[in-house]
Every structure is written in structure tokens, then in C-alpha cells.
Design a protein around this ligand. Structure first.
Ligand code: MSP
Length: 679
């Protein structure tokens, strides 16, 4: 019976900056799924691409001094290169600026409109350009978008609306009746919970910038005073059908079994808005939306401000594709957040790839070359040892079920347990000691080669280049999943031996892996505490500034000696300052203040004319001052940058965003009333 075709998509990435390791992660997972289905003999279509319209792109292009089209052409190329570097098996790479996509977007909007699902009105609300979406007050944290840590813009403008509310009950029912529609379960519950509340209609056009697909004239009303473009999410979601040539035969073939893999942050768009658009356009819904977790880097959220955005191309250049693929697929539990660390990659490469898999191939092929002139020997009588090893071949049905449940990391684990069992068999049977018993030696080496053949199949979705190398070295074609069972009659001649994985020296994360945001024209978000590097210092000496009445020159012990100029003369006598343990900005660009160099700035709080310095009486000079969850920056900042950070006081403590400033020995104290501003 012919198998049902299988269609898998990733989210399409915003090319406002170069790809980061999170983008790579999603693509690697999708590729593993696509390859798994290919191994099952299915006709697979795997789509990925770039989401190129919208305000965020227009802004980034402007900052880079390019036209939006020029800009996305350049940036999209980085994402396409990444697909090649990751050895993705994607069948197409869609760009929302592709003519065919634009045509589909217009066609669908017209269809949605023709069924009375669009109306003209006025929108008033908060817009986060980072998310390219409107936000409710409830979604904000301290007035900021929790994902982009920026205050959304207040907008009031005329807009075309999509009657999202009309589909509320239908979508809710679909989710309730199709447990597989939203995965994992926790996400499904979260969305169902949100659907308890009324659904607002969706603004689907923008008129305050121009980079997008124009709203077709069939829809425009005379009430509109402006030219509108289609809202970027309405446009972007349609890539999933334009990418398989909606409404042609190709579309008919794949859409029946469509699966979207996306990050957890964009679940609402894919599980509520997207189905509503499809229902309105009378297109069936996809089978599954699987929401994966987010990658952090060494335990930290990735952000340009923190400077810890990992460039996947740099990782690949340094360590190769398969070690990266293996680490992310093995290390990050499906559906959960996970961490990328160079240290883990190195450790896993060395033990599970080089030592386990590489060594197994190496030992087997060297012994066959030496004892059988490179020909796979004929299998003799199988003993209990071989039979027991056969039992460690993972159960294919079980692996398939795990993959269907999107538990890919368990599949990886089971395959590598099997590889370990093969190594154990090799150690136990000691083929290098069997040269006096050619039949036994032949049986052991045959067994090893046969298992390597199965390993090449089972590892192909995870580490495809190495899997293909294994198959090639043992002189076998790469089989399908059904071939992953022990056969007694495999024949062939080995090819030239090649090293599969090199061992890597243990190192810590190198700055070379960090993405370079500079080329993208994107500036770090400046309104953030993460820009500051604050340290405790003890005041060693207080002198009058030679050229300014209101200034002191302070000599500090901050673990190292520092000199700063401070404007607190009218609030403190020298003896009151002497020996105080204060807080100062250690990464401020040095400046000449009235002819004296200042190598930082002491922090003080001010309220109604009263000024008090921040103090850390119990800390050691040089100790780091931090706010939980924020890593201090290393790069220099200017005084203007500092002025954009709001630190206030509460209960005689300094706080940022409600969280106290602290050292590892205690909080930062300031003798002033609540609500004072730190300057
Ligand atoms: N353009 C939209 C998606 C439109 S789909 C019709 C978008 N783009 S994005 O570039 O911001 O994100 C692309 C994908 O990468 C999303 O699925 C997102 O969740 C995922 N990731 C972004 N950062 C990530 C991590 N740190 N970790 C893992 N995946 C992450 O959203």
C-alpha cells in the first residue's frame, strides 16, 4: 500500500539579523523528523524559509542603509547557507517576497474577504515590533513585552480586520476533539485556557509603513484614507500553503498530512489565528502544531544586549555539523527549554561520537582490512553473545511511536544505547585475540559490520553525514528503516577508512562563537540593566578636584586601583566618604572631567534634593553587583547609555524592575526614601 505523503514545516525566520543557534535548533529537529519519515519510505516534503515583510525588517534595513529588498536578499542568503551547512534535507526554501507567495497571500485574503470575514475599522492598542504583534496590557510585564523587554508602541490607526471571533468556538472544538493538534499537552492546555476568554478580531493591515504586500484593491473601501499593506503574520502563515503551490495537485498531495514545528513563543499564531484563516478560506487544518522549547546559552537567555547570541555557522566551522546536530537533538528534551554549551558539545563529541561511534567503526574496519583483505567475512555460528546483541537493536515500532509522539530525544538516546551495546560486545568478544580461530573471528567481525549497517540507518536522521560515511566505509547502500534488522548474508568490500569524528580539546565558550550583531544594523537594546557592569569599591582617598568646586576626586580600591570624579561634594564631607564601600560603574568609557580622568562613576540616589550613595558594607572591594537573572555586560558603555537605565529605591534598597541589586554577600543599601532615582 502506498504510504501517505508527509509534510513538515519550520517557522519561517525573520531575517532582520543573522541566524542564531535557536533557529538552527528548530531546523535540525525538523530535519530529523523529515529524515525519519523518509526512512520509512514516505514521500516527504520539508519546507523552511524566511519571513521578509513587516516593520521590523523595514527598520533593520533602514539602519543598515539598504532598501528592504536589498537587505532581505542579503540576509536571507545567510539562512539559506545555514540550511546547507546543517545538511538539511529541505525540499524548498520559501521567501515571503517570492512572487508565488505574494500571489497566494493576495488570493487567500480575497477569498477570506469574499466570505464576509473582513471589515474596515479603527485599531487602537499596543504594538510590539519585536513580536510583530499587538499586545494586551495583561500580556506585558512591568509595561514591557516579556520577550523583547521593550515597551510596546501605542498605535491608533485605521485598519482592516479579520473576524477572528467568528471562529472562536469552532477552533476550540477542534482543539478539544483533536488532542494531536497542539503538542505538547502543556501547550494545548495553555491555549485552551486562553480560549476560555473572548476572542478579539484581528487587525490584518498596517498603514504606517510600506514594506509588505499591498491590500488588494478588491478589498479596499472608500472609507480608507491610506494605503494598507497586509499584516505580516497574515502574510507569513500563508507560506505553509504557498510553499507547496496551493491549490495545485502538489498542495493536495501534501497538505492532508501537514505538521508544523515551531517555537513555543508563536503557538497562539499557529493554533488559533492560523486555523481561523484556514477555516475562513475553506482550507482544511494541518494535523499537528508541535511547539518546541527555547535554547539558552550556558544557562542564559540569548540576547544581543548580553552579547551571548551563538552563531551556528561559527559552531559548525569549529566543530562540524554532526556534533552540533547530535548535541542539540540528544541534549534538549523535546518540548522543553534546553541549554547549549560548548562544553557539553565537546564532551558529547568526544565520548558519544568519537569514542563510541567512531571507535566502533574504526576497530571493525581495521580488523577486517587486516584479516580479510577488506572483504566482509562470512558469518559462522552465532553464539549467545551475538544473540544477546541482536536483542539490543532498538524496537523499530517503539522508535516509530516515540517519533510520532515527537519524543525525538528518546529515539537518539535509544540508538546510542545500542551503539554502546555494540562497543561492549566488541570489548567482550575481543576479536583482536581471535586470530587463531578464523571462523569465530569472521563471525564477530561480520556481526560488527552488520550492526554498523543498521547503525548507519538509525543514525541517519541524527548525524546524516557520518551515517553516510559509515555506510560507504562498510561498502553498503544506506538502507531504509525496514532494513534495520539482523541479516546473515550481507556481503561487500570495505572502502578506504576515514576518521568519523575528531576528538576536541576541552575548552570553555570562545567569543568566536558569538554572533556578530553589528553587520545586521541592529543595535543592542539599550534600556536594560544588562548593559551595566557594577562593582563594589572602597573609597581610599577623597581629594578636592583641582578645577571644580563641586567635585571630588576619589581613589578607589575595586580589586584594582581606580580613580573617579564624583559630584557629591555638597552632600558629603570627605571623612563621611572615606572607607565607605560604594557601587560604581566599571564599564563606563573613561572620560576627562575638567582635566581629571574619571574611570567610572559612583552610583547615588536622589530624591527631592537629597543625595545618598549606594553602599555595600559587607562586600569585598571588587565584588560584582548584579540583579538575579541578568548577566553583567563586558563591553564599554557611555554615560548616555547609563542614563537610559532606571534604577530606583524601595525599603532602603536599590532595585531594577522590582528586583534588588545585590552582591553574593548581600543587598545594596541606600539611606533614602522609597522611589529615589539612581544617578
Ligand atoms: N517570523 C516568525 C515566524 C513566522 S512563521 C509563519 C518568527 N520568526 S523568528 O525568527 O523570530 O523565529 C523563528 C523560529 O525560531 C520560531 O519558531 C521561534 O520560536 C524560534 N526561536 C527563536 N529563538 C529561539 C531560541 N532561543 N530557541 C529555540 N527556538 C527559538 O517568529
Amino acid at each position: 500500500m502506498p504510504k501517505t505523503p508527509f509534510y513538515i514545516t519550520t517557522a519561517i525566520d525573520y531575517p532582520n539579523a543573522k541566524p542564531h543557534i535557536g533557529h538552527a535548533y528548530e531546523k535540525i529537529v525538523a530535519d530529523m523528523i523529515a529524515r525519519w519519515h523518509t526512512l520509512q519510505g514516505e514521500d516527504v516534503f520539508f519546507l523552511t524559509g524566511t519571513d521578509e515583510h513587516g516593520q521590523k525588517i523595514e527598520k533593520a534595513a533602514k539602519e543598515a542603509g539598504k532598501t528592504p529588498k536589498h537587505f532581505v536578499d542579503d540576509m536571507s542568503a545567510h539562512f539559506q547557507k545555514l540550511c546547507t551547512a546543517l545538511t538539511l534535507s529541505n525540499n524548498a526554501f520559501i521567501r515571503t517576497t517570492d512572487k508565488k507567495h505574494v500571489k497566494t497571500a493576495i488570493e487567500i485574503l480575497k477569498k477570506v474577504n469574499s466570505k464576509d470575514n473582513v471589515y474596515f475599522g479603527t485599531y487602537e492598542g499596543l504594538y510590539c515590533t519585536g513580536c510583530e504583534s499587538f499586545k494586551t496590557e495583561k500580556e506585558l510585564k512591568n509595561g514591557l513585552c516579556p520577550d523583547h523587554l521593550k515597551a510596546p508602541e501605542h498605535v491608533k490607526e485605521e485598519s482592516y480586520f479579520f473576524k477572528l471571533s467568528k471562529f472562536h468556538q469552532q477552533i476550540k472544538q477542534h482543539i478539544e476533539q483533536h488532542p494531536e493538534f497542539i503538542r505538547p499537552e502543556s501547550k494545548r492546555n495553555e491555549i485552551l485556557q486562553r480560549l476560555q476568554e473572548p476572542l478579539q478580531d484581528l487587525s490584518i493591515s498596517r498603514a504606517n509603513f510600506t514594506w509588505g504586500i499591498p491590500v488588494p484593491k478588491e478589498i479596499t473601501t472608500t472609507a480608507s484614507t491610506k494605503k494598507h499593506i497586509i499584516y505580516v503574520w497574515f502574510d507569513a502563515l500563508l507560506n505553509y500553503i504557498s510553499g507547496i503551490a496551493y491549490p495545485t495537485k502538489k498542495f493536495q498531495k501534501y497538505w492532508n498530512n501537514a505538521h508544523h514545528l515551531i517555537g513555543k513563543d508563536i503557538a497562539w499564531f499557529h493554533t488559533v489565528i492560523w486555523p481561523a484563516i484556514l477555516l475562513a478560506a475553506e482550507v482544511p487544518l494541518p494535523k499537528t502544531v508541535y511547539c518546541h522549547g527555547f535554547l539558552t546559552v550556558d544557562g542564559q537567555k540569548m540576547s544581543k544586549t548580553l552579547g551571548n547570541v551563538v552563531d551556528p555557522m561559527a559552531v559548525i566551522e569549529k566543530y562540524g555539523t554532526d556534533p552540533l546536530r547530535y548535541t542539540l537533538l540528544r541534549d534538549v528534551p523535546a518540548g522543553q527549554d534546553g541549554d547549549f554549551s560548548e562544553k557539553t558539545l565537546i564532551a558529547r563529541n568526544n565520548s558519544e561520537l568519537a569514542d563510541a561511534l567512531g571507535n566502533l567503526l574504526q576497530r571493525t574496519t581495521v580488523l577486517i582490512q587486516k584479516n580479510f583483505h577488506g572483504n566482509i567475512p562470512v558469518c559462522g555460528t552465532l553464539t549467545e553473545k551475538e544473540k544477546s546483541l541482536e536483542k539490543s537493536i532498538p524496537d523499530l515500532q517503539e522508535l516509530n511511536t516515540l517519533m510520532e509522539k515527537y519524543q525525538w530525544h528518546h529515539v537518539v538516546e535509544k540508538v546510542w544505547n545500542y551503539i554502546n551495546a555494540c562497543n561492549k560486545y566488541c570489548n567482550d568478544t575481543e576479536p583482536w585475540k581471535q586470530t587463531n580461530d578464523p571462523e569465530r573471528l569472521a563471525t564477530i567481525l561480520y556481526t560488527l559490520v552488520e550492526h554498523l549497517r543498521m547503525i548507519s540507518i538509525l543514525t541517519w536522521p541524527v548525524t546524516p553525514a557520518s551515517a553516510e560515511k559509515i555506510a560507504c566505509q562498510i561498502g553498503q547502500p544506506l538502507g531504509k528503516l525496514k532494513d534495520a534488522k539482523f541479516a546473515k548474508k550481507t556481503k561487500g568490500t570495505l572502502a578506504q577508512a576515514q576518521i568519523l569524528f575528531k576528538k576536541i580539546e576541552q575548552k570553555t565558550v570562545s567569543p568566536s562563537l558569538l554572533a556578530i550583531a553589528k553587520t545586521t544594523g541592529q543595535q543592542p537594546t539599550v534600556n536594560s540593566f544588562a548593559m551595566l557592569n557594577l562593582k563594589v569599591a572602597r573609597i581610599e582617598k577623597v581629594e578636592n578636584h583641582p578645577n571644580a568646586d563641586k567635585l571630588y576626586v576619589l581613589t578607589l580600591d575595586a580589586g584594582e586601583r581606580k580613580q573617579i570624579v564624583a559630584g557629591v561634594k555638597q552632600f558629603y564631607k570627605p571623612e563621611e566618604l572615606l572607607s565607605k564601600q560604594i557601587v560604581f560603574i566599571s564599564n563606563l568609557k573613561p572620560a576627562q572631567l575638567r582635566g581629571v580622568e574619571s574611570q567610572g562613576m559612583m552610583l547615588a540616589a536622589e530624591k527631592e534634593g537629597v543625595v545618598r550613595v549606594l553602599e555595600a558594607p559587607n562586600a569585598k572591594p571588587g565584588e560584582q553587583v548584579f540583579v538575579e537573572g541578568i548577566t553583567p555586560a563586558a563591553q564599554q558603555i557611555t554615560i548616555e547609555d547609563f542614563q537610559k537605565v532606571t534604577i530606583t529605591t524601595k525599603d532602603k534598597k536599590a532595585a531594577y524592575n522590582g528586583k534588588p541589586l545585590q552582591t553574593k554577600t548581600g543587598t545594596i543599601y541606600v539611606d533614602i526614601a522609597d522611589g529615589a532615582k539612581i544617578k
